[in-house]
Design a protein around this ligand. Structure first.
Ligand SMILES: [Zn+2]
Length: 458
């Protein structure tokens, strides 16, 4: 069918660029064949297709407070991660399911505009404003799936087990919307989430523990022991120094070390942040095959610290990117912030290459994609594999810097010099989910009236 054939000026494979690449898809958007050709077939796209970016860490509701929490006042309290968290709890307490859906719809539209084709929702805002479960336990998660469906982005909903307020501490009132008191409650929530995901062909589910401080250690071990690899496992870990101190005080071990010693950590694990690691933890994560999910714009915004990338890279550790609190939504910028943080402390320009040689942006795109796909619980063997859905971000071929770059400089031109205006559009399962310049009036209007009604941005 004509509608299922595209010809791209260029398409990125693991072995470099195909030029004049003809892509044949079946009606579901699954790749049947990709070949270089002398002729243009189907829809011609004057652009360069990259595998769609994978956003491996999102808290959708926090988008509503992006750009806030920067008016610092003299309250006598140091403004840090924990004061930011208080402001975030304030927002979490106010949102209705309808409001969450509107916020997530705007957010996912923005993700599509920036080239993300999939998002992992690290979701813990489960219950109603009084802390009571909704009749559908996964009501709030279902709203995220509905928003993803409206925008056509893939979603991996990862409902979080959140049980307590800190190591050995009961939850505080402000956390009441997050709480599953027992492991049985959590599994019910997970089952409802799996059920909700069935309503959208591009939705799937993962398993998650908010953090070691938020779940009793025996339940962490039970959840981990029950993992069978059929769903990805996500956990926040070692983001803040205080969390390390609290873990050492409670367990006698640092969080990652505790996890490595008590759970069968493997390549199905996605350790979000992992900012503060000692040498054994760096090696232990890599030896286990686990992945870290780095969120450079949020980690910078919250003052978390810099991940030990140079050491982790020496052992070929796996990593993906996420936008977390959504102060940044641009995958190219996430890669740049990650890279520049390392350059500033290493005084080298070789963050993404080994032994001083290689193509920085290509390597970064490849690693973020491979590990990001795993974070979604999706196949990750090769870009644009036969039998896989065709998900791509398309860069404009006629942007001035792109039009004048050789193929070997294209990926670097995108990552180090492009922004969203250089993106022609985003494709999921063979269908455009966003085209540059398309009107999003309804989505924007709904978002503006919902945020105005909430009154949280004044
Ligand atoms: Zn997070």
């Amino acid at each position: 069918m004509e509608a299922n054939t595209y010809t791209f000026k260029g398409l990125l494979t693991e072995n470099g660029w195909l030029t004049n690449a003809v892509v044949h898809l079946d009606e579901a958007g699954i790749i049947i064949s990709i070949t270089e050709s002398d002729t243009k077939q189907g829809e011609y796209i004057n652009g360069y297709g990259l595998p769609g970016f994978q956003n491996a860490h999102s808290h959708a509701f926090q988008y509503a407070m992006a750009g806030l929490a920067e008016l610092h006042t003299d309250t006598g309290v140091q403004d840090d991660f924990w004061s930011w968290r208080n402001a975030m709890y304030g927002l979490a307490l106010t949102l209705s399911p309808e409001q969450l859906e509107v916020i997530a719809t705007m957010l996912y539209s923005e993700m599509a505009r920036h080239g993300y084709t999939a998002v992992a929702e690290f979701h813990y805002l489960h219950h109603d404003k009084d802390g009571k479960p909704y009749p559908n336990l996964a009501e709030m998660g279902a709203r995220l799936i509905a928003a993803a469906k409206a925008e056509g982005i893939r979603i991996t909903l990862v409902p979080m087990f959140y049980q307590q307020g800190g190591f050995g501490q009961p939850p505080v009132d402000r956390q009441k919307r997050f709480i599953s008191s027992t492991i049985e409650d959590y599994y019910k929530l997970l089952d409802s989430s799996i059920e909700s995901a069935k309503g959208y062909e591009n939705a799937s589910t993962g398993v998650g523990i908010h953090s070691l401080r938020a779940v009793k250690h025996e339940d962490v071990i039970s959840i981990c022991n029950a993992l069978d690899g059929s769903m990805p496992f996500h956990i926040h870990v070692s983001e803040q120094l205080k969390e390390i101190e609290d873990s050492v005080a409670f367990h006698g071990k640092r969080p990652v070390q505790w996890l490595l010693d008590n759970c069968n950590v493997n390549n199905n694990y996605h350790l979000v942040h992992a900012t503060h690691l000692d040498d054994n933890e760096v090696k232990g994560i890599v030896q286990s095959g686990a992945n870290v999910v780095l969120c450079p714009s949020t980690e910078g915004n919250l003052g978390d610290g810099l991940f030990r990338f140079e050491d982790y890279k020496k052992y070929n550790g796996n990593w993906s990117i996420g936008t977390d609190s959504h102060v940044g939504l641009n995958p190219l910028e996430e890669l740049r912030i990650l890279d520049y943080g390392q350059r500033l402390i290493s005084h080298k320009r070789t963050t993404f290459v080994t032994e001083g040689q290689g193509n920085s942006a290509f390597n970064a795109i490849k690693m973020a994609w491979q590990s990001g796909r795993k974070a979604m619980g999706a196949p990750n063997k090769e870009f644009f594999g036969i039998g896989q859905p065709f998900d791509a971000v398309v860069m404009k071929a006629d942007s001035p810097l792109v039009a004048t770059a050789s193929l070997q400089n294209l990926c670097n031109t995108f990552v180090y010099s492009a922004d969203a205006s250089d993106i022609a559009g985003t494709i999921v399962a063979g269908k455009w989910i966003y085209k540059n310049g398309q009107s999003r009036e309804t989505i924007v209007n709904n978002f503006v009236s919902t945020l105005t009604e909430l009154g949280t941005r004044v």
